[in-house]
Structure formats: C-alpha cells, structure tokens
Design a protein around this ligand. Structure first.
Ligand code: GCU
Length: 455
C-alpha cells in the first residue's frame, strides 16, 4: 500500500500490525498492490488531463512529527470569514419557508454536491436481484438471532465482462414479534497483508450488534468494497465501471462514496421485502471513510431514518474550509480522489477550498429533518487529523435548515466538553474519550435513536 498517505489511521493500523503477528505479503499480493497503484496513477493522470490541470498542491502530512504536519493549532484553524449559507438561493434570495427549501434550495445544493464534490449518480443503474445465500439460527451472547447472508447480484447484461455482487448480512432477534428497526454498518474488509488491530472498545462485550439485539433491534453489515473498490484503479470496475462499460469516468461522474451509498440504498430495497425488518426504521452507520459514506447515504437517500456518522472527517462532516487536520489537498490526491467526482480535484489546484460552492454543513443539512448523530473520538487518543471541531461546526451551521423544518438544532454553538453529548435535537454531536472508532458512542446513539425508532 505504498501510495497510501501515512495518515494517523494508517500509522495506527501499521503499528498494530507490527505489534500483532506480522504477516508478510505474499508475492501475489504485492504484485497485485503494485498493479493497483500503477493503474491508480494512470487513472489519476487521465482525470487531471480531463480537467486541464498539470499538478495539484500537496496536502499536509498526517504524521504530527513531520515538518509539513497538518495544522493542529486551533488559533490557526479558521482563516475563512464566511461559510456558504445553506438558506441562500443561488440568485441571492433568502429561503424563508420549507417549501422554498424543498423545491428550490435543496435541489440547488444537491446539484452543487453532485457536480463539484461527490459526482452524479447515473440516471439509470442496473437492477439488483437479492439472493438469500443462507439463513441460520445463532446465539449472540444470550440472544437468539436469525442471521441471513445475502448477495445482491447486479444485472451486467449491458457489459458482461464486469461482474458486480453486493455482500450484505442481516441479524434480527429470533423472538421478535414483528418487523424490527435495523442499523446497517458499512463494514471494513481490509486489504491483503493487513491484520487490523483489535479495537478493544468495539469488541469488548457487548458488541454493537449485541447492544442493538438487546434493544430488540437488528443489525446489518454491507461490504462497500464488494461492489466498488477503495482505490482509483477500481473506477473502471465495480458498479462505477459497469455503468461506464469499463471506460474511465467523466469529471462529474460519481465517486466511490456515492457508489457505496447506492449499494446501501439497494440493501434498503431488500429490507423492504424482508418481513423481519421495518424498512421505515433503518439507520446507517459508518466510521471514517465509511462515516463519510454514511453521511452521503443519509443525505441522498430519504428512506434512511437516522444516521450515525463516525469520525467522518474531511469529505464527511468536517468543514472543508477549516485549516486543521486533513485538507482538501489530501482528499484530492491519488490516494483518495476516487471517493469523489474528478471535478473535486480542481479545489487542490488551481482553485482553493474557499472556492467550493458548498461545504460540509450543507451536506448535513441535506439530511434534514431526519436525525443525524455526529460522532468523534478524543483529540489526544484519536488525534487531530479527523478534526472533531470541524465536524461540530458543520452540525452548528446545518442548524438553521433543521429549525426551518420545525426540528431542533444542536442547541449550542459552543463545542461541548468531551463525553458531554448534545443529544436533544435532530442534529446531535458527541465526542467520546476513545480513539478512531464509534465504539464508546454506541450506547448513546442507541438511546438517542430510540426516540425516533421505537414504535
Ligand atoms: C485516512 C483518510 C481519511 C479517512 C481515513 C479512514 O486517514 O485520510 O480521510 O477517513 O483514512 O477511512 O480510515
């Protein structure tokens, strides 16, 4: 993975891998990784050509010791003087009622995010046929669970050489009297050679699945990389490659975050057909890059009832104009550009983040009026790359849209102390004392969610 920037997350992973049993990459795996890197560079280059850009500004380093370390000094974090106003129409008129939000402003924001940031999802995507591969009765702790393994077969008649299958699993309490709420996670599957560290805060019993089951709810895990790879090389494969018939993307085509969100929507289609699930009460959760994906899924898919957005950072809930932690320049680099539309790269040269027509608070606003719980870890344990405050600030500035729609905002513009949640409104925020995980916030999320999901 030599082209991946050494971000704190990767440093953590690599250290943990070194501490655990180091597994040497097989020759086949290292050849595969080399080839992915090569194809990624090629794809990145062709996108720069489409954009008429010859180079981009490099991002700061995620290593706090590096000479070009990302800023972690709050006094230098907010050189911007204004943020785009989510309630100001492109023509300068103010949005003062819900109707103007739904009919005018929201579509404008969607168009801007589509064109400049996340890319346009295709007008038509191939049909997905869900197959229940297995149904088993298991015990999870004390609770009997019905576990289904599912595969969503994507119709590839238009381009048979690309085959796409969505992997999904679903666990529901076996003794449930009727359809139950479900929280679906975007699940990490690590590349070859990675022994992911045991995340004690997540794995210590009860697990998040057990906590949901104890509440009488179900859980699901969708595997994003089963249908769209997490690298630039994969952009001519997976669901993006299938729709483009193996050709490279255009500058406003969808990136991996939109593709992952598309898969989550297809999982929802399945839940609508499964009697064990109440599809009107399904939430979406993810961490880090999948926290970004969870927020994008929430913003674009109105059927998700609630979002649990874990340490999503830049490209997720963090204000992109803030000079703190990860920057647009990092996101637009060859290691991460595939999450976005090609057009987004422009903001790392010649344009700047201040030129973005939108910012992350407006992505949070697209979730309104539905509840969204923004989660972060501790500055000292998780580090500063993710920019906890930047995510809080986005929650604050999404507030006016929530209140316009008759909902409650965060209730404060002051960043609360760590482990003090702002959980009374439909925009919620809590910074836990742990690291790069949603783990310690699960009990708080579940309590928060029960206000909305409990019949
Ligand atoms: C890197 C990346 C982040 C991302 C994180 C992750 O740190 O820079 O944007 O959120 O990886 O997904 O783990």
């Amino acid at each position: 993975m030599k082209r991946l920037a050494l971000t704190p997350f990767l440093v953590l992973l690599l250290t943990a891998v070194a501490d655990a049993q180091p597994r040497r990459l097989s020759r086949a795996d290292s050849l595969r990784i080399d080839s992915i890197n090569k194809l990624t560079q090629q794809d990145y280059k062709q996108m720069l050509q489409q954009l008429n850009i010859t180079s981009t500004r490099p991002g700061p380093s995620g290593n706090p010791q590096a000479p070009n370390a990302a800023n972690s000094d709050e006094s230098k974090a907010s050189p911007y003087t204004t943020l785009p106003d989510p309630l100001l129409l492109n023509n300068g008129q103010k949005v003062t009622d819900a109707k103007a939000w739904w009919n005018k402003r929201r579509p404008e924001l969607v168009e801007l995010f589509d064109r400049e940031v996340y890319g346009r999802s295709p007008k038509k995507t191939p049909k997905v046929t869900w197959e229940v591969v297995s149904t088993t009765q298991e015990m999870n702790g004390e609770i009997p669970v019905t576990v289904k393994k599912l595969v969503g077969h994507v119709d590839n008649a238009s381009y048979p050489s690309i085959k796409v299958d969505i992997q999904l699993s679903l666990g529901t309490p076996a003794n449930a009297k009727g359809p139950v709420p479900v929280i679906m996670e975007f699940g990490f599957v690590f590349p070859p050679g990675f022994n992911p560290p045991r995340d004690t805060s997540r794995n210590a019993p009860p697990s998040w699945q057990q906590q949901l089951l104890a509440k009488g709810w179900g859980y699901a895990v969708i595997v994003p990389t089963s249908f769209q790879a997490d690298n630039g090389a994969g952009l001519t494969q997976g669901i993006i490659g299938l729709v483009n018939k193996g050709q490279p993307r255009k500058a406003d085509d969808w990136g991996a975050l939109k593709a992952w969100a598309w898969g989550a929507s297809r999982a929802l289609d399945y839940f609508e057909t499964d009697k064990a699930v109440d599809a009107r009460r399904v939430g979406i959760e993810g961490l880090s890059r999948y926290g970004k994906a969870a927020l994008v899924a929430m913003a674009y898919e109105p059927r998700f009832a609630i979002g649990f957005i874990g340490s999503s950072g830049a490209g997720g809930a963090k204000i992109l104009r803030r000079v703190f932690g990860e920057q647009v320049e990092n996101l637009a680099s060859s290691g991460e550009y595939h999450w976005f539309a090609g057009n987004f790269i422009k903001y790392a040269g010649p344009l700047t983040p201040n030129d973005l027509p939108v910012d992350a608070h407006e992505l949070v606003a697209l979730c309104a009026p539905r509840p969204v719980f923004i989660s972060s870890g501790s500055l000292t344990v998780e580090g500063t790359w993710i920019d906890a405050k930047g995510m809080f600030v986005a929650g604050v500035h999404a507030g006016p849209v929530y209140t316009l729609l008759g909902k409650k905002d965060l209730g404060s513009t002051e960043m609360p102390q760590q482990e003090t949640g702002l959980l009374n409104g439909e925009v919620a925020y809590r910074q836990h004392a742990g690291g790069h995980t949603t783990g310690p916030n699960w009990p708080f999320f579940i309590e928060y969610a029960s206000r909305y999901l409990q019949p």
